[in-house]
Design a protein around this ligand. Structure first.
Ligand SMILES: [Zn+2]
Ligand SMILES: [Zn+2]
Ligand SMILES: [Zn+2]
Length: 82
């Protein structure tokens, strides 16, 4: 199942990031924002606080920071880019 257009979790909007750094460890690079609540966490190459937020909150959709046309959106529930 490699389809990228079937994600039912993304709304197309992105919450304003709560922080300029990871809310858990303070990392300032490779950050991901939760599109639902604005939680900011670091990526899997660091301490994976974005993944920890998904597991704790059930919010599956993240977007890469800084927000730009080059940002990507990832859905944990679908385990795919959306
Ligand atoms: Zn999804
Ligand atoms: Zn972190
Ligand atoms: Zn969230």
């Amino acid at each position: 199942m490699a389809a990228t257009s079937t994600c039912v979790h993304t709304t197309g909007t992105v919450a304003t990031p709560n922080s300029a750094t990871c809310e858990e460890c303070g990392s300032g690079s490779a950050l991901r924002v939760c599109t639902e609540c604005g939680h900011v966490g670091c990526c899997e190459s660091q301490l994976a606080h974005d993944t920890a937020h998904f597991e704790a909150s059930g919010h599956p959709v993240i977007r890469s920071l800084p927000l730009s046309d080059d940002s990507f959106t990832w859905c944990y529930a679908c385990a795919n880019y959306v």
